[in-house]
Design a protein around this ligand. Sequence first.
Ligand SMILES: *[C@@H]1O[C@H](CO)[C@@H](O)[C@H](O)[C@H]1NC(C)=O
Ligand SMILES: *[C@@H]1O[C@H](CO)[C@@H](O)[C@H](O)[C@H]1NC(C)=O
Ligand SMILES: *[C@@H]1O[C@H](CO)[C@@H](O)[C@H](O)[C@H]1NC(C)=O
Ligand SMILES: *[C@@H]1O[C@H](CO)[C@@H](O)[C@H](O)[C@H]1NC(C)=O
Length: 274
Amino acid sequence: MEKLAIKLLCSIFLISLLLHTLPARSQEVDDEREFDYDKNSEKGPARWGEIHPEWGNCSKGSMQSPIDLLNERVEVVSHLGRLNRSYKPSNGTLKNRGHDMMLEWESGAGTLEINGTEYVLKQCHWHSPSEHTISGRKFALELHMVHESQDGKVAVVGIMYIIGRPDSFLSSITDHLRMEAGNGETETVVGVVNPKDIKIGSRKYYRYMGSLTTPPCTENVLWTIVRKVRTVTKEQVRLLRVAVHDDSDTNARPTQPTNGRPVQLYRPDENKDD
Ligand SMILES: *[C@@H]1O[C@H](CO)[C@@H](O)[C@H](O)[C@H]1NC(C)=O
Ligand SMILES: *[C@@H]1O[C@H](CO)[C@@H](O)[C@H](O)[C@H]1NC(C)=O
Ligand SMILES: *[C@@H]1O[C@H](CO)[C@@H](O)[C@H](O)[C@H]1NC(C)=O
Ligand SMILES: *[C@@H]1O[C@H](CO)[C@@H](O)[C@H](O)[C@H]1NC(C)=O
């Protein structure tokens, strides 16, 4: 009898979990001029939620991104498994969205599988300085690889960089970035870009549930932040900013309250082959 009750309770719990895990359908805004990153501006991060009713979660949401990945708060786990990425070379276009540069693979560039769900890689874009912080520390640059499942769920992989040696992926698209910087066009066709050239260099990553970091700040975004901080040159960070042609030097949303959200750090089990 007791066993049955426990089973029943478990089922109810699972069902309510499923019902609450609604997909994060809304896309990021493609024309970003309606908001900015100046904290004193009427269109600044603290006001994003008031600009459009659909952007309400930017101020009222309870699971917003970015957050600080405080070392003492993360739970180290080994069950999440290595990132299962099956990316493929695909035609890409570089787009200036007004506050950032986005490299878009219109027909997708392969998949990332997390816990049985397949997410297609749609685009990547850069924020400088970094949006996420690790125990309060900000980095020079953060790359976001945005993936979407067939039913509209969003998973983002974030990679952070400090100033140092050049990042080879950015080096490979330097000419196209220069073109954007020079002619002020909004789009440049790049040709075939292989997402595998975006180096991760570590199996460890943070995992938590958050949101898009730009309006509409849609929630239920599954975040993966690569643990290893990589390097990029000052010139590469500068070029990304110049190509955007806005007056700002930065495009990083301030960190948001965690509201007790769990953050996990995946570390492979030494004895196992994962
Ligand atoms: C805010 O996010 C929740 C899910 O976390 C969603 O149900 C709601 O519709 C969102 N509100 C707005 C204004 O987008
Ligand atoms: C990229 O686009 C070109 C021109 O449209 C096409 O010939 C080529 O097959 C495409 N390559 C891939 C990998 O999609
Ligand atoms: C990796 O993802 C593919 C689909 O994208 C799936 O077929 C495969 O089983 C996954 N492998 C693991 C180890 O999860
Ligand atoms: C993975 O999916 C299973 C079933 O779909 C679910 O019960 C479990 O909570 C999920 N795990 C994580 C870490 O999201």
